[in-house]
Design a protein. Sequence first.
Length: 200
Amino acid sequence: MTQLVPLGVTLNNGVTLTPSMGVFLARLRRVLPNNVPIHVNSGYRDARSQAQAMLTKVRLGDDLVKLYGEKVRMLLSLPLDVDTWTRTIQAMADRGIYISRHMRGDALDLRTRHMAPMQVQLLWRAVIQAGGRPLLESQPPHLHVDHLQGGGPTVEALAPLARAHRGAKASPSASPAPALVVAAVVVARLFGVPLPFPLP
Ligand SMILES: [Zn+2]
């Protein structure tokens, strides 16, 4: 597949981008400062690449039910074998059940490894500005982005979170004010975004 990769964006070998992913990445590059790299670890996934990605997470000790929801319980009861998982994930997709938005072409994973915390924060905000929904994942560390065609939370909706985050940064020993914690938890639950600070 010929794919258009926007200037200032790099990809892992073997990553496939759909046209709408290219459009999103171009929009992201425009709103993100040039000193923050955009490197795509994963884009569109067929059943096999989805199986491989999930088996990697299992091996790294990640909680797949937490990440993907109850629909993965059946997979976890199967042998941890890429062919078995590929067949099952494909059979589910054939019935219209997609394990991941990557399989529908509506998710990208952006590299955060070796990035400074401030760069990750800028990337996180820029994703929202570009209309996407960011989720920080730890195994392996990356920023998962979906809702590539809009529908994620707005910058305005997340402003209290950003303020709380800056406040927490300025005085590392102080916890955010209780009201801010409640507001941030409500916003985070509402939009399914990660909290910008650990709960006290
Ligand atoms: Zn992802």
